[in-house]
Design a protein around this ligand. Structure first.
Ligand SMILES: *Cc1c(COP(=O)(O)O)cnc(C)c1O
Length: 394
C-alpha cells in the first residue's frame, strides 16, 4: 500500500496532500524516505519559524521533559511565567493568556472583547472583520473569517460579525460606531492572498478606535513572531491593538497559542471566565521561550529584512521573465506572487516540488512563500533558481 493510500484509509479526508513521506528535517530542508532533499519554503505554514531541529528549541524541550509535561492551570508554572515575562517585555502588553492554537487564541480575543464591554454594562457585540480574512475553524472564528464558502453546511454561526472589503476605508467607517465591540484583522492578510494593509486603513482604524472606544484585535497568528521583520506585524504599521493573537511560529513546532492583552481588558476578567486544560503546556512554553529569545536576539530580524529584500528582488526578476507571473506581494518573509488565472497556482506548486522546492498557495491564485526566518542567503538563491526552473517547465 502506498503511503498516501494508507493515509487516506485512516485519516479523515480534510486535506489535499502530496504523496511524500518526510522522515527528517534539518534547518531549512526536509528529507523524504527516498532520500530526496527538499528546500522547505512552507515551514509548516509558518510554524517552523526557526526551521527544523533548531538546537535552542530542542534543548529547551529536553530540559523541560526532565521536570514535567503538564501540571494543570490550577497551579502556576515557570515555563508559562518565563515566556509571559519575555512576551510582555518585548511587546509592551500587560497580560498573557496561553492556549493551543490560532483559532483558540482568536476565540479568546473575541470572548475577552465582548466581556470587556459587558462587565461595564455595555452590550457591544458587533465585530467588524474583512472579506477574505482567515481567523480559524471554530464557530466564532469561522464567523469572523471573511470566506463564506468555509461556513457552508455548518448551520447557524455566532452572530454580530460583519465583513468589509480589505483596505476599503469608506466601508469600514460605515460599519463602525459607538456600539461596535471590535475591529479584527490580520496585520498582513496571509491566506486571503498575501494582502498588505494600506496606510489609509491604518490611519482609519486608529481614528475609529479613538473616536468610538471600540477595541482593535490584531490576528498575528501567521504574520507575528518576526515574520514581517518586526516581532509583531502591527508594529511595522503603527497600530495600537488592545488584543493580539499569536500561534503558528511562536511554538517552534509545538502547539502554542497566545493572547496578549492590555491591562484594561485583564481588569474585566476573573477566575472561571475562560480557560483551557492544555493551554500553556509547559513543554510548548519552554519551546516558545527558545523561539522568542532567538527571534529577539541582536541581528535576527535584520536577517528577515535582508532575506526579504533578496527574495523580492529575485521574484521581481521572475515576474519580468514569465508573463504568467503578475506581481510580487507581501512583507518580510510572508511573500506572494500573483499568478495569471490561466495557470492554476497548484501547477506552479507541483512544478516547484519537482525541483525539490516546497511552496504553497493563497487565495486568488497567489503563490505563497514562507521560508524559515533564519533562512540563509544561499538558500534564498537556491529557492529562486528552483522556482525559475519550475516556471520554465510550465
Ligand atoms: C492559521 C491561522 C489561524 C488559525 O490557526 P489554527 O492554529 O489553525 O487554529 C488564524 N489566523 C491566521 C491569520 C492564520 O494564519
Amino acid at each position: 500500500m502506498s503511503f498516501l493510500t494508507e493515509d487516506k484509509e485512516n485519516i479523515a479526508p480534510l486535506y489535499g496532500k502530496a504523496d511524500i513521506e518526510f522522515v527528517k528535517g534539518e534547518g531549512s530542508y526536509l528529507f523524504d524516505s527516498k532520500g530526496d532533499k527538499y528546500l522547505d519554503f512552507v515551514a509548516g505554514i509558518a510554524v517552523n519559524a526557526l526551521g527544523h531541529q533548531n538546537l535552542g528549541i530542542k534543548n529547551a524541550i529536553m530540559e523541560q521533559l526532565e521536570h514535567f509535561n503538564h501540571v494543570s492551570n490550577l497551579y502556576p508554572n515557570y515555563p508559562q511565567i518565563k515566556l509571559a515575562k519575555k512576551l510582555r517585555q518585548v511587546t509592551g502588553f500587560d497580560k498573557v493568556f496561553f492556549c493551543n492554537s490560532g483559532a483558540e487564541a482568536n476565540e479568546g480575543c473575541i470572548k475577552f472583547a465582548r466581556k470587556f464591554f459587558s462587565k461595564q454594562g455595555e452590550n457591544r457585540q458587533k465585530i467588524v472583520t474583512f472579506v477574505n480574512s482567515f481567523h480559524g475553524r471554530t464557530y466564532a472564528t469561522l464567523s469572523a473569517t471573511g470566506q463564506p464558502a468555509l461556513r457552508e453546511g455548518f448551520g447557524d454561526m455566532p452572530l454580530h460579525f460583519v465583513h468589509v472589503k480589505w483596505n476599503d476605508v469608506e466601508a469600514l467607517k460605515k460599519e463602525v460606531d459607538g456600539e461596535t465591540c471590535a475591529i479584527m484583522f490580520e496585520s498582513l492578510a496571509a491566506e486571503g492572498g498575501v494582502m498588505t494593509i494600506s496606510a489609509e486603513m491604518v490611519a482609519t482604524v486608529n481614528e475609529l478606535q479613538q473616536k468610538f472606544g471600540c477595541l482593535v484585535i490584531n490576528d498575528e497568528v501567521q504574520a507575528g513572531t518576526g515574520r514581517l521583520g518586526t516581532f509583531l506585524g502591527f508594529e511595522k504599521y503603527g497600530l495600537q491593538p488592545d488584543l493580539v493573537s499569536m500561534a503558528k511560529g511562536i511554538g517552534g513546532g509545538l502547539p502554542l497559542g497566545v493572547v496578549l492583552m492590555r491591562q484594561k481588558i485583564a481588569d474585566q476578567l476573573k477566575a472561571g471566565d475562560h480557560g483551557t486544560t492544555f493551554g500553556g503546556n509547559p513543554i510548548a512554553c519552554a519551546a516558545g521561550l527558545a523561539v522568542a529569545n532567538q527571534v529577539t536576539a541582536n541581528g535576527f530580524l535584520d536577517n528577515v529584512n535582508a532575506r526579504s529584500a533578496q527574495l523580492k528582488t529575485g521574484l521581481a526578476k521572475l515576474v519580468e521573465k514569465y508573463s504568467f507571473l503578475k506581481e510580487v506581494r507581501g512583507e518580510g518573509l510572508l511573500l506572494g506572487v500573483v499568478v495569471d488565472e490561466k495557470v492554476p497556482v497548484n501547477q506552479v506548486i507541483d512544478a516547484a516540488r519537482a525541483q525539490k522546492l516546497m511552496v504553497l498557495s493563497a487565495k486568488g491564485n497567489v503563490l505563497r512563500l514562507l521560508p524559515p526566518l533564519n533562512v540563509s542567503i544561499s538558500e534564498c538563491d537556491e529557492a529562486l533558481t528552483k522556482l525559475d526552473k519550475a516556471c520554465a517547465s510550465i
